[in-house]
Design a protein around this ligand. Structure first.
Ligand code: MG
Length: 396
């Protein structure tokens, strides 16, 4: 039996703000964009949630619900330092960690049986220790599959832990509405409704072929999951397929001249991230949301692949010139995609290169005959130096 634990920091951004500024503790706090009239709430403390404030809600609406709520501009850099610390702490307990978002991750303990004879106790302990070291409240759920662990966390919040024993899993899954299951969402739930499926027991009644016909492979996976057969594994960290940055402007702008500083900032930020990931992009896109909320986006293919600011800026600026014509702009976003990564050199390749560098350095200092391949030496019968570990490959 496999064992997964899902961790999720409660009200992440809001909690970090409350940690930084003790005066905010115990008070309704909402973290949102820097424009109180145009932004949305990115995170709300549990105190603010009591007033009905939720992530994704426009700030003006949140203010109406709770006029004394404290609104704070996000400090993403600070949140990122907490994220990195969170991931690092989890890796201390198991190498099988899958990061889902800044404040959410799966940890599989299955392969650490010798370290943790009692998985449930271990999961409890990890949650306590992570929470103590971060200084933040973390909730966790555990079960024999990722889906059960994740759903268990949703019932454990805030600041709780819930383990679903294997023989209770089916019953536990049934206690959720279809649209609460990760991967279903409102649209899939509506599609299922058209098939006459409104609950999880309904889903189990239908034939796997039928669900596959309507929802494809994903539907079949869902079907199996609801039978308690979630075979998904911990996914190793993946390189992003696209990188984008964008934001709602404080005030609508109308001209290219006004847009350029924003475009420069967005391109610089995207290109920096691209280099940090070690990728090169082959596609650049610009997205504009106009004042009436309609949107337009343009993309171009770029060759050769790039990771520098100048290439990206040049392309995005050209697209902006073609689109901006005096109509009010509300949001700007820049994206690169078609990212390609140099294959990571294998250990062997590294060794080969290291060896060549060492060889060159010795010869630079002592001359060419100072060192040679073993088989060469055999031929000439002088200056033997055997590369034992690499001989098989290097000898001709
Ligand atoms: Mg969270």
């Amino acid at each position: 039996m496999r064992f997964f634990v899902h961790f999720d920091i409660d009200a992440f951004y809001a909690q970090v703000e409350q940690l930084r500024n003790p005066e905010l503790r115990g008070k309704p706090v909402a973290v949102g964009g820097n424009s109180l009239t145009r932004s949305v709430v990115a995170a709300a403390s549990y105190e603010a949630r009591e007033y009905g404030i939720k992530a994704g809600m426009p700030v003006f609406q949140a203010k109406k619900l709770c006029p004394h709520c404290i609104f704070i501009s996000p400090d993403f850099r600070l949140y990122e330092t907490y994220s990195l610390k969170f991931y690092k702490l989890l890796y201390r307990y198991s190498p099988d960690v899958e990061v889902l978002s800044q404040d959410e991750a799966f940890v599989e303990l299955t392969h650490c049986r010798l370290l943790y004879p009692d998985f449930v106790e271990a999961a409890r302990r990890i949650r306590r220790e992570v929470s103590r070291e971060l200084g933040l409240r973390v909730s966790a759920g555990a079960g024999s599959s990722k889906i059960v662990a994740k759903l268990a966390t949703s019932r454990a919040k805030p600041d709780g832990f819930l383990h679903i024993p294997p023989d209770r899993e089916l019953e536990f899954l049934e206690s959720f509405a279809l649209e609460d299951i990760p991967g279903i969402g409102r649209r899939t739930a509506a599609a299922l409704k058209r098939l006459g499926i409104t609950s999880i027991p309904d889903l189990r009644q239908i034939s796997p072929h039928k669900i596959r016909r309507f929802l494809g492979k994903r539907g079949e996976d869902l079907y199996l999951m609801m039978l308690g057969k979630d075979f998904s594994r911990i996914e190793p960290p993946q390189k992003p397929k696209s990188i984008s940055r964008g934001y709602t402007l404080e005030k609508n702008i109308h001209t290219l001249k006004e847009a350029i500083p924003h475009i420069i900032y967005l391109c610089d930020s995207v290109a920096t991230e691209l280099r940090k990931e070690g990728g090169k992009a082959t596609r650049a896109c610009l997205r504009i949301r106009w004042e009436d909320f309609s949107e337009v986006s343009r993309c171009v293919s770029v060759f050769p692949p790039f990771s520098d600011f100048f290439t990206l800026y040049h392309q995005v600026r050209k697209m902006a010139e073609g689109l901006i014509s005096g109509y009010g702009i509300r949001l700007l976003s820049v994206e690169v995609s078609g990212i390609y990564y140099e294959p990571t050199p294998t250990l062997f390749k590294f060794r080969e290169e290291e060896l060549m560098t060492a060889l060159d350095r010795i010869r630079e200092r002592y001359g060419f005959p100072a060192i040679s391949f073993a088989s060469e030496a055999r031929k000439k019968n002088e200056g033997v130096f055997v590369f034992k570990s690499t001989r098989r490959v290097l000898s001709r």
